[in-house]
Design a protein around this ligand. Structure first.
Ligand code: 26Q
Length: 828
């Protein structure tokens, strides 16, 4: 069918949806439909779907306003949303309709969907978790809004240098084409102050006046968040910064053009780019500006909404709960104090009570380098009033500690919001703890470590009940139904339940268990996996030009590059497998399980060792994939530019995935849940949510290895004070290190700095875990050889993932923390 044929009579005969798409082609895009490409079809379809979302979004917001329930706000500097069109279609139940309409117009839905750029406003786990929680909050009909920043540039695009295999970074101009999923709210603006001076009233009230400095405008952009199987459509409000006045005309007229645009540029700079670091903080002024700009705009917005309720300010915490996604939004605690004390004239103690009943704090890491500390001089300069407030909060807090633990100077020094040093700095985690009603970690083990290692003094002071756990979750809509439609279909027919039911109550997956011995079902299950592996193979062939044997076991490790996540352990294991294969006779090799190993992930641009690890992986791949002795048995791929969309392709295709952090370092991990939900097995350490996954699926369905958390500190001590050479601890590892040093993956000793992290100090205990890691991989090979047993393990794993739905997690927050209730949009 040609375009012209399809278009003939569109306005009279074709169904509503087709009309709406064509209408957007002609009016919104101002294009002629007959030579439209896939991108144009995407844009028109998106605008048409958006029309539906706006209607639901409006009704939902009106409904919330009328009912005036307690609301929750999720403050996150990162929302890693990925693509929206397919998710919106699923949640609106419009997938079949749009598929048909587009095909009538000559387009395949799947070709249209991939035209969309990812919204990649996040680094990794923490940002993707926020996105899953938005999906679940809307699905659970909870009155929750997200607040974040509308970065002009999201996480950088990763390229691999053709010559040396190293990572290159390019900007991510995701807003280049217009973004149909946001509504600019140019009328919703707030003025945000920086610098200036703060003058105390000096009347003992603690009040002050903050004036002068620079004012920047925050402009709201609203992103519609549809729930699944409900009309409820929540809101994600993202702030953009812009100058309060266009530019300084006085300087302009005086001929100083640069000065004239300088302030206007500095205002726009605030929301220009997402910081690409995770787990390391640098104390940069622009980052603090982002944090304050965003928290101040969000609080002003909440305050305006609360004031419309005409309730006394003392009831603020009865109507608002604010979740802090890590310490990044901690300035919100100080800003609410400022609003209450300085602007609302609430007495200090009452203000502090309101604040500490409003905020909740989630910690996502125990790594010391990730704990935010801001220099006091920087805070004094940028936010003078907030520095005063922090000192006041600290003084009163330390007085109460002193009262409970008289004369314990060291305890006071440890608990103080101020770390003494040159210069002094502010401990944001301590501030987040004392300003919040509850503090939680993101998996059982992690929450335990938060209490034991991070905040033991605070547990003693406040008691155990302030510290709790909410194990992370993932949305099964995106991470099963959307990314793995074939498996979703198979589950629906096998459970004999509408998918709407089990996608909203993931425990229903347990119903698969009674089919585990059904040979027909096993076959279908295996066929789905096979199909997903072929889909990935085709992608790899298209993008890298290398063929992948879909018969091979697909072994996947995809996550941000970091020493604690130990991609190094994995690549050294691959080299070990390679040299072992090389040493075999052709007949022996034929008995080995064929394997394709996939890596993907970005390294922070300034993280030298992480970047060197990528380089090693890429160059090992170049050698291994060319080696005629081994290439039929082992292939290796580094897929560039890992993203939510790439994850959607990779995860359903994995037979086994690796989650091999040093015990006690990975707070939770969430991709582990995604792989298991899609029937991939897990090889991992006894860490984070791996532990709870094993509890659910049974230890015989996971491959655990390595030292446990309590062993790690003593081992590190041993490395420092009584080092044992690698040759003694693990001859196999020593041999692998020597292979790399020998130069077959690149001469000139370029990898020595990376190898030395293992040879000396070995902070992440690779030498101690290597042998048991290799054993675990041997067990994987053995298990994979028995295909029927493997398929059963795969089914059992998937069937027991109910706990890890983000619907469960968000309900946990709603009930145990925020005290908010579902508020269903009722049709009028
Ligand atoms: C802080 C200050 C300055 C610049 C950057 C940052 C920053 C940014 C992002 C610090 C940390 C992050 C991200 C952390 C993160 O993604 N943590 C992961 O959170 C997941 C969700 O809870 C867990 O599953 C992972 O275990 C945890 O590593």
């Amino acid at each position: 069918k040609t375009w012209k044929d399809a278009m003939r009579g569109v306005h009279s005969e074709l169904p509503e949806v087709t009309k709406s798409i064509v209408n957007h082609v002609q009016t919104s895009l101002a294009r002629a439909p007959y030579n439209l490409d896939d991108l144009g079809a995407y844009q028109a379809a998106a605008l048409s779907v958006r029309d539906n979302l706006i209607v639901n979004w409006n009704s939902t917001q009106l409904h919330y306003t009328r009912k005036a329930p307690k609301r929750a706000y999720y403050l996150s500097l990162e929302f890693l949303m990925g693509r929206t069109l397919s998710n919106a279609l699923l949640n609106l139940g419009l997938q079949p309709t749009y598929s048909t309409s587009l095909s009538n117009l000559g387009f395949a839905l799947e070709d249209v969907l991939v035209q969309e750029r990812d919204a990649a406003l996040g680094n990794g786990g923490l940002g993707r978790l926020a996105a899953c929680y938005l999906d679940s909050s809307a699905t659970q009909e909870l009155p929750l809004w997200g607040y974040g920043l509308r970065y002009k540039y999201g996480i950088f695009q990763q390229l691999i240098n053709e010559h040396d295999g190293s990572q290159l970074e390019a900007p991510d101009p995701w807003l280049e084409h217009q973004n149909p999923w946001e509504l600019p709210r140019l009328d919703v603006t707030y003025e945000i102050r920086f610098y200036g001076s703060a003058d105390r009233w000096g009347d003992g009230s603690g009040r002050a006046v903050w004036s002068g400095g620079q004012e920047v405008l925050a402009v709201a952009y609203d992103v519609m968040i549809p729930g699944y199987g409900t009309k409820n459509t929540n809101n994600l409000r993202l702030w953009e910064s812009k100058p309060k006045r266009g530019f300084d005309l006085q300087s302009f007229n005086a001929g100083d053009y640069e000065r004239a645009v300088e302030t206007s540029n500095s205002a726009a700079a605030i929301t220009s780019v997402l910081y690409p670091n995770d787990h390391t903080v640098f104390g940069k002024e622009l980052r603090l500006k982002q944090q304050y700009f965003w928290t101040a705009a969000s609080l002003a917005d909440m305050m305006r909404r609360f004031k419309n309720l005409e309730k006394p300010i003392s009831e603020f915490a009865e109507y608002n709960a604010i979740q802090l996604n890590d310490t990044h939004p901690t300035m919100a605690i100080v800003e609410l104090m400022r609003i209450l004390v300085d602007e609302e004239e609430v007495p200090w103690d009452q203000a502090w009570t309101i604040v500490t009943n409003t905020f909740f704090f989630t910690n996502h890491t125990v790594l010391p380098e990730a704990l935010e500390k801001w220099p006091v001089p920087l805070m004094t300069h940028l936010l003078p009033r907030h520095m005063q407030l922090i000192f006041d909060i600290n003084m009163l807090f330390l007085q109460s500690v002193e009262k409970q633990f008289p004369g314990d100077r060291e305890r006071l020094a440890r608990m103080s919001l101020i770390e003494e040093g040159f210069p002094q700095s502010i401990r944001m985690a301590n501030l987040a703890v004392i300003g919040s009603k509850k503090v939680n970690g993101v998996a059982e083990l992690h929450s335990d470590l938060v209490k034991r290692n991070l905040f033991p003094d605070f547990v003693e002071f406040y008691g155990q009940s302030k510290f709790a756990n909410v194990t992370n979750g993932i949305t099964p809509r995106r991470w099963l139904d959307q990314c793995n439609p074939a498996l979703s279909e198979l589950i629906t027919t096998t459970l004999n339940l509408p998918r709407e039911v089990w996608l909203k109550d993931l425990f229903k997956l347990e119903g698969l268990l009674k089919h585990v011995d059904d040979a027909k079902f096993q076959q279908r299950w295996a066929a789905v996996k096979r199909q997903n592996k072929e889909r990935l193979s085709n992608f790899v062939e298209k993008t890298l030009g290398i063929t992948v044997d879909a018969d091979a076991m697909f072994d996947v490790q995809v996550k941000r590059l970091h020493e604690y996540k130990r991609q190094t352990l994995n690549i050294l294991g691959v080299i070990h497998r390679y040299t072992t294969l090389k040493s075999m006779t052709p007949a022996e090799r034929k008995k080995v399980v064929k394997k394709a190993v996939f890596f993907a992930g970005k390294a922070a641009p300034g993280y030298y060792i992480a970047k060197l690890t990528i380089r090693l992986i890429v160059n090992v791949a170049r050698v291994i994939n060319e080696d005629p002795d081994t290439k039929d048995y082992l292939t290796l791929f580094f897929l560039p530019d890992y993203s939510v969309s790439l994850a959607e392709l990779l995860i359903p295709a994995s037979d086994i995935s690796q989650h091999i952090s040093t015990a006690g370092t990975e707070a939770s991990g969430t991709s582990n849940m995604k792989f298991c939900l899609n029937g991939g097995l897990l090889v991992g350490t006894v860490d984070g949510a791996n532990i709870e996954i094993a509890e659910e699926v049974g230890e015989d369905n996971v491959f655990f290895f390595g030292h446990l958390t309590p062993d790690v500190e003593p081992l590190r001590y041993q490395h420092t004070y009584h080092p044992i050479p690698v040759e003694e601890k693990s001859p196999a590892l020593a041999a692998v290190l020597n292979t790399v040093s020998s130069g077959i993956f690149g001469a000139d000793g370029i990898y020595e700095p990376l190898l030395n992290t293992v040879r000396q100090g070995d902070f992440y205990i690779l030498t101690d875990d290597f042998d048991s890691y290799i054993k675990a991989l041997e067990m994987v090979d053995e298990a994979y050889a028995d295909r029927t047993e493997w398929i059963k393990k795969s089914i059992r794993t998937s069937a027991k993932m109910g706990k890890f739905s983000s619907d469960r997690a968000i309900q946990d927050y709603a009930q145990e923390y925020w005290n908010i209730e579902s508020t269903k949009l009722v049709e009028e």
